[in-house]
Design a protein around this ligand. Structure first.
Ligand code: ATP
Ligand code: MG
Length: 603
């Protein structure tokens, strides 16, 4: 069964997560939940109304870096499911690790989610609510949960050294060994744990561990650590705590307090699921969490060829100045993709197309570019730019057109506007005696099959006139400095004479009189290896030395007038965006998003 959708929206393709949600809705698994709108305190479950949200999902980043394209998959999935099922997706910062977290990252993450087109507000019966949460607001509750486990004989303070703990954990083939501290009484453990909290023991000297089974086949169930001593200032709670919960302990509690129904994460957490269930079940038995507790479901993370999706490694690229910041257009961060010119619509489309599955695989980078082209093809205005300019002089211009004459020309801004959209005004530009053309569009001695400019051949200047090449001017080194041609009068595009002369090619150009010099940044993949960090490879070893090339180009006037962040199709070259930060109409700056076809990325 597919998710319910409005009459006019196509049903989303089914996937195993939708199957699980459909089943839970059919069976009423979460029908008894009550919602009072302030998680963090168990009491709110009782006072609340039946939860109007059919499902609750969450997107729980740790604010220790900027989000990347892998997170986009998780965002589209979690917010998308909530949207499609009439539920709510919580925006939650998993900020339980004080060392690496910063406000800058919090702000950037919120910005990225909004830009992708999602929000964390809900509105039920005219009641607006914001669902922005911080795990650190639950520290008190987590602490109480830990004391409860101690009192119930389900947790103990272990004073073994980290080395001893590691050695006694065993491995896949050897069961672990009980810690000598495992048999302490709850009273002893409680006293020790409070000493930990009160700062009476140095960092790392002891940990609180869940007491489960040192011989469990799943190593994650061999008494995992749940609290550690760490004197570090937290971006939210300051110096209030010197003990912090471990992620595996904190996360299920966060989910349960927020009454998440489906806690969706990547496959590497599959082995943690038994502990997730153990913890929420034990705490629910103890009355610290309410039934029904959330369940965890895993999906395959996004692996994209030529791309690194690890915040830590991306941070390394920034810190080591391999790139020019988190929003460098070569970065697979959401801010980088945005600056490069990828649209939220294209990224959403990409995420929809790749779907979700249970098995790890690599997605070809071209999938993202295809989504970008599909999004922009009918939206991005066209324009002409000359990226490798050489001057073309029409030697008979003054004579046949009038000295200094500039003839107005125009071409459609959007040849195929989407249905229902009025056709935008044509682009206007002029042609005169001198125009810029691509250096590669002239050959003194044409190779076989060459149809563009060579002495004696005629081509059309797109949207302008037919011209006939007569030769060129070269410098002392033999480099062509000017191409020479004559204009064929009465052949202007759109006039009755346009078809009087047949040509085999139309070339792009920009007038010298009204063209504007622009900085164009030509980007290519950041790595030459399709799987730059797979299997522990040193990704810095496969950096592409040619990932950024800057050229001075000439662009037609309509392009110079672009708004920052406006996307265009440069005829024949592909999609470009006016740089969000650096572009002005006086000094235009464009980034290449991707080519028209899959030249670059195809294997
Ligand atoms: P990183 O390793 O890059 O730091 P992370 O998983 O540690 O990523 P979190 O901030 O914990 O970063 O991630 C938030 C959410 O995004 C998690 O639920 C995580 O499963 C998901 N996520 C992270 N990377 C990917 C990916 N490549 N594909 C899909 N989801 C991802
Ligand atoms: Mg991680």
């Amino acid at each position: 069964m597919n998710a319910p959708t409005d009459d006019n929206t196509p049903a989303k393709p089914s996937n195993f997560l939708r199957g699980i949600i459909d089943r839970d809705l059919e069976q009423g698994t979460y029908a008894s939940r009550r919602w009072a709108g302030s998680p963090g305190d168990a009491a709110h479950h009782e006072q609340g109304q039946p939860d109007p949200a059919k499902i609750r999902t969450r997107f729980p980043p740790e604010p220790n870096g900027y989000l990347h394209v892998g997170h986009a998959k998780s965002i589209c999935l979690n917010f998308g499911l909530a949207r499609d099922y009439g539920g709510v997706c919580h925006m939650r910062f998993d900020d339980t690790n004080p060392e690496k977290e910063e406000q800058e990252y919090v702000d950037a993450i919120l910005d990225a989610v909004k830009w992708l087109g999602f929000g964390w507000g809900s509105n039920f019966n005219g009641q607006a609510q914001s669902h922005l949460y911080y795990a650190s607001n639950y520290f008190d509750h987590m602490y109480r949960a830990a004391e409860y486990l101690i009192e119930a004989g389900l947790a103990y303070v272990d004073e073994q050294t980290p080395e001893e703990m590691r050695a006694n954990r065993g491995d896949f083939s050897t069961p672990g060994k009980d810690s000598p501290f495992r048999s302490r009484t709850p009273q002893e453990n409680l006293a020790r744990f409070r000493e930990m909290r009160d700062g009476q023991h140095p960092d790392g000297s002891m940990v609180l561990r869940a007491k489960i089974d040192m011989a469990a086949p799943n190593i994650n169930m061999r008494d995992p650590a749940i609290y550690r001593i760490r004197r570090a200032t937290h971006h939210n709670t300051g110096d209030k705590w010197c003990i912090y919960p471990m992620y595996t302990f904190a996360h299920p509690i966060e989910d349960a307090l927020e009454q998440i129904t489906h806690s969706i994460c990547t496959l590497e957490f599959e082995d943690q699921r038994p502990f997730y269930d153990w913890l929420v079940d034990r705490l629910a038995e103890g009355g610290l969490l309410k039934q029904p507790t959330p369940r965890q479901h895993e999906f395959a993370r996004l692996n994209l060829t030529y791309v690194i999706t690890s915040k830590r490694k991306l941070k390394q690229l920034v810190d080591e100045k391999v790139v020019e910041g988190w929003d460098d257009p070569r970065m697979p961060t959401i801010v980088g993709l945005r600056r490069r010119g990828y649209t939220p619509e294209a990224i959403q489309l990409f995420c929809e197309r790749i779907g979700v599955s249970k098995s790890d695989s690599w997605i070809d980078y071209s999938t993202l570019d295809i989504a970008l082209r599909d999004d922009l093809e009918h939206k991005a205005h066209r324009g002409m730019a000359v990226l490798d300019p050489v001057k073309l002089v029409l030697s008979n211009w003054d004579e046949v057109m009038g000295a200094g004459h500039l003839e107005p020309c125009s071409l459609p801004a959007l040849p195929h506007p989407p249905e229902g959209m009025p056709e935008p005004a044509h682009r206007a530009f002029t042609i005169g005696k001198e125009v810029w053309i691509e250096r590669e569009d002239f050959e003194e001695v044409p190779p076989k099959g060459y149809k563009r400019l060579f002495p004696g051949n005629k081509v059309r200047l797109k949207g302008g006139y037919v011209i006939e090449c007569t030769g060129c001017v070269k410098d002392a080194e033999g480099k062509v400095t000017e191409v020479l041609a004559t204009v064929v009068p009465d052949t202007k595009s759109g006039t009755p004479g346009a078809d009087s002369v047949k040509v085999k090619a139309a070339i792009t150009w920009v007038g010298v009189a009204d063209g504007v010099a622009a900085e164009v940044r030509l980007y290519d993949r950041l790595f030459t290896d399709a799987q730059p960090d797979a299997g522990g490879k040193d990704f810095l070893a496969s950096l592409n030395p040619d990932s950024k090339k800057v050229v001075t180009a000439y662009v037609e006037p309509s392009l110079a007038q672009a708004q920052p962040d406006q996307k265009f199709q440069f005829e024949r070259f592909g999609y470009f965006v006016a740089d969000r930060k650096d572009h002005t109409s006086v000094k235009p700056v464009f980034n290449k998003i991707t080519g028209l076809k899959d030249g670059n990325w195809a294997k």
